[in-house]
Ligand binder design. Structure first.
Ligand SMILES: *[C@@H]1O[C@H](CO)[C@@H](O)[C@H](O)[C@H]1NC(C)=O
Ligand SMILES: *[C@@H]1O[C@H](CO)[C@@H](O)[C@H](O)[C@H]1NC(C)=O
Length: 452
């Protein structure tokens, strides 16, 4: 994809398309800029130095589709970036991808923002800190994936747990290639651990961004949805879609099932964990809340601890709800366990109103959801859940609107393959910031840079 399209043209086009978006909201400035652009073009013509890039930009500035500069010879790739008044959701996916990369974008048309040296620095940093088995570097050259051949073996030797993760990342690139094509060039480092690794500090700007599952505001990492979690997003059957879209007839209760996770639970410390408090709320609020612990996850609590928790009065159950059961309740709860709550993205499809416990972790779509409009935020330890839940039950019409909004956002921004579209936008933007190795700077690639 975009093989003939040079780095500097693409980066210029990205800036221009941002500018055009800004101008569309300011018609007067638009006119002024169009005039300036035309004058530059005319001046350029008079000096006989007008390049193709000038013509393209002058055309883009008018943003109306009426071309002021015959012959308007815009490269195909650049045309694709002219905003054909994209739907607001499409726009949101693109601008979110761009925003994550903003700290690395130097706004310098002449040189790449992310040099190969910066990717080397990041990779060395990961190796130095012993993350060699839980991170890897992958390249795409000329649109072909270069997967480190020893990677699977290394992951297997290091820790069986990482093995499926490496496969999932591989699947992600395959899915991307099938759906949208790969960018012509990528050189990226991926961490397959649950938690972010790269503190946000100025000195990290000498490194390329690290791609991860999730990040927090203290870390300079970019969350990238993968098939490991987003692959679970189901293509709803017509009957399931109908259930998800139905609000009336659902039970007006909030439900939750999950294991004691988020650290090692012991008889002495289990009250320390937010999940324990969530489950305990069921005791005094069983008319509207049904939150119960599932048995211990290996390594996170012992059978004795679980027994002690039961004896302390915490309600337990033995199985998770099915999708059909999820859609028969009005309210669901989302609360972190180990790092981020990976269930959130696909359970949103149920059309229930979420009570989301405050969390430092974020995934790409969190910014799309507005508190109290698309979900109800609650405290990290769920202390305000009973009060907010009672409010919700007493204000059913308000909650019906939340239900409708979240279904629409899910459909447009996560489901229906839109998470993969987001991956496409994010990696295309990342690719456009990367320095190309000399072996890729062939005659064709240089055609539009004016330097050949
Ligand atoms: C990439 O493509 C160019 C042009 O087709 C070619 O000259 C170059 O050798 C290719 N590089 C690799 C690593 O395949
Ligand atoms: C657990 O719930 C019970 C019953 O509502 C309540 O009396 C108790 O204070 C709660 N425990 C904690 C630690 O919040």
């Amino acid at each position: 994809m975009n093989r003939l399209w040079s780095l500097s043209d693409r980066r210029t086009a990205a800036k221009v398309s941002n500018l055009v978006r800004w101008l569309q909201s300011r018609p007067l400035s638009s006119l002024l800029v169009a005039c300036i652009a035309v004058s530059f073009y005319v001046v350029g013509l008079l000096h006989g130095r007008t390049s193709k890039a000038h013509i393209s930009i002058a055309t883009l500035y008018t943003s109306s589709g009426s071309e002021v500069c015959p012959p308007c010879d815009i490269p195909e790739g650049l045309k694709a970036l002219i905003p054909a008044l994209p739907s607001k959701y499409e726009d949101l996916l693109k601008s979110t991808a761009t925003r994550w990369l903003t700290p690395w974008d130097k706004y310098d048309f002449e040189s790449a923002s992310i040099s190969t040296k910066m990717v080397d620095n990041l990779w060395d940093y990961m190796l130095d800190r012993g993350h060699s088995h839980s991170s890897f570097r992958v390249r795409v050259i000329n649109g072909s994936l270069i997967w480190p051949p020893t990677l699977m073996q290394a992951a297997l030797q290091a820790n069986i747990y990482y093995m499926p993760r490496v496969h999932h990342w591989h699947n992600l690139f395959e899915a991307l290639e099938a759906a949208h094509g790969l960018p012509d060039y990528l050189d990226m480092v991926i961490s397959i651990q649950d938690r972010p690794k790269l503190f946000r500090a100025p000195f990290h700007m000498d490194k390329a961004p690290l791609f991860v599952y999730t990040t927090t505001s203290d870390f300079a990492e970019i969350p990238l949805p993968t098939t490991e979690y987003y692959g679970k997003i189901k293509q709803l059957l017509p009957s399931e879609l109908e259930d998800a879209q139905r609000w009336d007839g659902r039970t007006a209760k909030a439900i939750w099932r999950g294991s004691p996770t988020g650290g090692e639970y012991t008889k002495e410390n289990f009250w320390r964990y937010p999940r324990t408090h969530l489950v305990n709320h069921t005791r005094a609020n069983s008319d509207i809340l049904d939150a119960k612990f599932l048995p211990c996850a290996p390594g996170q609590c012992s059978e004795q601890t679980f027994q002690a928790m039961k004896e302390a009065g915490l309600p337990t159950d033995t199985k998770q709800f099915s999708f059909g059961e999820f859609t028969s309740y009005k309210y669901l709860i989302d609360i972190d366990g180990n790092a981020w709550s990976s269930r959130y993205a696909h359970v949103l499809a149920c059309g229930a109103v979420f009570f989301k416990a405050n969390s430092p972790y974020t995934e790409y779509f969190y910014d799309f959801l507005t508190p109290y409009k698309d979900y109800i935020p609650i405290a990290e330890d769920a202390s305000d859940l009973p009060e907010k839940l009672r409010y919700a039950v007493a204000h059913d019409e308000e909650m019906r609107l939340v239900h409708q909004r979240v279904l629409e956002k899910y459909a447009k921004l996560i489901g229906n393959g839109n998470w993969l579209k987001y991956v496409h936008y994010l990696l295309s933007e990342y690719s456009s910031l990367l320095e190309r190795p000399a072996m890729m700077l062939t005659k064709d690639v240089m055609r539009f840079t004016g330097s050949s």
